[in-house]
Write a protein that binds this ligand. Sequence first.
Ligand SMILES: Nc1ncnc2c1ncn2[C@@H]1O[C@H](COP(=O)(O)OP(=O)(O)OP(=O)(O)O)[C@@H](O)[C@H]1O
Ligand SMILES: [Mg+2]
Length: 342
Amino acid sequence: MLFGRRKSILGLDIGSSSVKAVELTKAGPEDLVISGIGKAEIESPEMTRDVISQVLKESGIRSKKTVTAVSGRSVIIRNVPMMPIPDEELKQAVTYEADKYIPFDVDEVILDCQRMDEAPDPASGQVKVLLVAVKKTLIEEHVALLESVGLTPLVIDVDVFALGNAFELRNSLLGSDDQQVRALVDIGASKTSINIMRGNSSFFTREIYVAGNDITDAVAKRFGEDPKDVDRMKKDPGGALESMQDAILPVLEDIGSEIRLSFDYFENQFGQEVAEVYISGGTVLFPGMDSMFQQIFNLQTKIWDPTEGLELAGAGFNPAGFGGANSDMAVAVGLASRLRKM
Ligand SMILES: Nc1ncnc2c1ncn2[C@@H]1O[C@H](COP(=O)(O)OP(=O)(O)OP(=O)(O)O)[C@@H](O)[C@H]1O
Ligand SMILES: [Mg+2]
């Protein structure tokens, strides 16, 4: 820290439909504040770079140091069982076997790994290692995009892990330290991310490619409207709310049954049941999503706000515009929350 400048990190979530940015600043050793926050829609993919610049300008963000994320089908996440070896040798060993687990050529990807178990499983003698492989081209494009708007990428994370990190931050801010099993479900425009957590530990992650765009399409079809108009209607349904809810229910049931499969898998593997569902992402800003999903899952389902418990301490942006509607900021908050460990 030079000349008393406080440490800040920008968490930048470049989604398929909108850019979300959160800057966190260390106000004290354990005290993080939001020093900048903003979001804007991406009307068409060619506009992404301009939208990022616009969000940075309007959100009071000053840090260039950025944590960002990739997601989608070019990101492979696997739990690999291995005989225990020293952490320093892990990456080489995993790389050696990686072609068994990833559908791409090993030369085409960047690999990372992390040991998940403290002690080996008594029956197999093996430990689980989390393997993450991302296509090099995806990382390169992402880094080039950030650099083109003057940002310095420090870490490239994965959306679904950032979701878990945002929840871990929430637990620490709200003093929640129970070992309840909770499913985090973030429903964006193109995908739904699932992260099943016990306390602060992630046990299972998955992406499903059914989300807000499919909701938009279902409503567009039912009412014979243009999808662009439906995206506007979703934000202000007025008197059309009930008929819209009716039109989207089949899509929510589709998402719900895919998620159910993940819950069943988790329950089989770990012998514990998911107790609660925490939903986030832009899609859950549509009224009534919590009660509709609660009925589908038959489990307590809550919309959560990743900025809860964080003070807004920035200048040059208008936090009033964000009141109560921050559920779509979970990934961005989770990315910036890496500041805690820096
Ligand atoms: N206020 C709102 N009310 C209802 N729906 C909304 C609202 N704001 C955004 N949405 C919907 O949420 C979706 C976008 O959510 P989000 O910003 O989380 O997606 P994304 O991160 O851009 O996409 P992805 O992660 O899938 O690439 C869109 O389908 C949009 O129509
Ligand atoms: Mg997203």
